[in-house]
Design a protein around this ligand. Structure first.
Ligand SMILES: [Cu+2]
Length: 115
């Protein structure tokens, strides 16, 4: 009888540990998701001219000016955070926007046409 109770207790402990682990993982994920301007990413202002807009709305090629602290002026392709960012933007437009560097990925999060 005693052995039996012990087993039940161990079972409950193991369940509790599993629950804690699951909850712990969820919390971690939840904290990581909303991190605009979080520690792992840097934001830069980017200015330049649109060379090409990807047909699927996932990327844009810019002939950008120097981005202080990041890179010299050059022509390069950037990923964008979502297709909505490129709405109304086309090749030849002068644009200004925001670029975030997440680990080693460059992602445009904002892009506005300049007059
Ligand atoms: Cu560049």
């Amino acid at each position: 009888m005693r052995t039996c109770q012990r087993f039940v207790r161990i079972g409950m402990c193991v369940s509790a540990v599993f629950l804690l682990m699951v909850v712990g993982c969820r919390n971690e994920g939840g904290e990581k998701a909303p991190q605009p301007g979080g520690a792992a990413e840097n934001q830069y202002e980017v200015k330049g001219q649109v060379v090409a807009v990807d047909p699927d709305g996932q990327a844009v090629t810019l002939d950008h000016e120097e981005i202080p602290g990041l890179m010299k002026a050059m022509e390069m392709k950037f990923e964008v955070e979502g297709p909505a960012i490129l709405e109304g933007i086309q090749a030849g437009d002068q644009v200004q926007g925001r670029l975030i560097v997440r680990d080693s990925d460059y992602v445009i999060t904002e892009l506005n046409k300049q007059p």
